[in-house]
Design a protein around this ligand. Structure first.
Ligand code: TMP
Length: 234
C-alpha cells in the first residue's frame, strides 16, 4: 500500500512498489508568505505538473541529471527517491521580491553577475538566509556538495534563461532544490515552475506566483499562458 511520505505546501510525495521511486501529487493549493497566505486554486496542480515536467525533461535533454522519471497523469509524476538537502538555492538575474525589499532598491535592476543566495529549509524558523560557512558548520551540506549544487544551478540558469528568452520572457530569479541519491550523488530535485521562479514578459507583466502573492491576476490563466509558450519553444 502506498504511504504518504511527505506533504508540502503544494505537493505530496507517496511511496511506490519500488523503494527507489516516489509518486509526486501536485495539489490545487497556493501559498505565499511562508504559508500565511493560502488558497485552494482549481487547476493549479495540473498546470504546474505539466510545466515542471516539460522543464525537467528539457534540462535532462541538455545533460542535467534530475530526479524526474516520467509524468504519470495530469497531476502526478514519478521521481527517483532522494534525500533532500534542506537548502533553497536562489539565483537572481534581476532585482525583485525579497532582494528589492531587503536592500531597499527598485525591482528590475539587471545584475552583471547573477546573485546567489541559500536559505535553510525550516518552517519553524521561517526559512532563514544561511551562508556557506553557516551551512558547513551546521553540517547541513558538504563543501563538495554545495559546489556541485551551484555548478548545476549556474548551468540551469544559462539553459533556462535562453529557453525563456525564446518564449519572450525574462527569467528574473528562481529557486532550486537538490537531493542525494543512495550513492551520495547530488541531483536536481523538487519542481521548476512559475511557483518557484519569477518570469516577466517584455512589458514587465508578472507571469508567475507574484500574481497570487500581490493579488494582481488569475494564477491558472497566467500559468497556462506560460505553458502554451513553453510548448512552442522547447
Ligand atoms: P524571494 O524574492 O521571495 O526571496 O524569492 C526568490 C525566488 O525564489 C522567487 O523566484 C521565488 C522563489 N522562492 C521559492 O520558490 N520558495 C520560497 O520559499 C522562496 C522564499 C522563494
Amino acid at each position: 500500500m502506498a504511504k504518504l511520505i511527505y506533504e508540502g505546501k503544494a505537493k505530496q510525495m507517496w511511496s511506490t512498489d519500488d523503494p527507489e521511486v516516489l509518486r509526486v501529487v501536485y495539489m490545487d493549493q497556493a501559498t505565499a508568505l511562508n504559508g500565511k497566505k493560502k488558497d485552494q486554486i482549481n487547476g493549479k496542480g495540473i498546470v504546474n505538473n505539466e510545466i515542471s515536467s516539460l522543464i525537467f525533461q528539457y534540462l535532462m535533454k541538455k545533460g542535467i541529471e534530475t530526479h524526474f522519471i516520467k509524468k504519470l497523469s495530469e497531476t502526478e509524476e514519478l521521481v527517483k527517491k532522494v534525500e533532500i538537502v534542506p537548502l533553497e538555492m536562489v539565483t537572481r538575474n534581476v532585482s525583485a521580491g525579497h532582494f528589492a525589499t531587503r536592500f531597499g532598491v527598485e525591482e528590475g535592476i539587471c545584475f552583471e553577475t547573477p546573485v546567489e543566495e541559500t536559505y535553510y529549509k525550516s518552517d519553524e524558523l521561517d526559512d532563514p538566509f544561511i551562508n556557506e560557512s553557516q551551512s558547513l558548520a551546521l553540517k547541513i551540506v558538504k563543501k563538495e556538495e554545495l559546489d556541485a549544487m551551484w555548478d548545476i544551478s549556474r548551468r540551469v540558469n544559462e539553459i533556462l534563461t535562453a529557453l525563456f528568452d525564446r518564449m519572450g520572457l525574462i527569467l528574473v530569479d528562481f529557486k532550486l532544490e537538490f537531493g542525494r541519491l543512495a550513492d551520495g550523488r547530488i541531483i536536481l530535485a523538487d519542481e521548476i515552475s512559475p511557483d518557484t521562479s519569477r518570469l516577466w514578459d517584455a512589458n514587465g507583466q508578472h507571469m508567475d506566483k507574484d500574481v497570487f502573492r500581490r493579488n494582481i491576476g488569475d494564477l491558472v490563466e497566467t500559468y497556462t499562458e506560460v505553458l502554451n509558450l513553453l510548448e512552442n519553444a522547447k
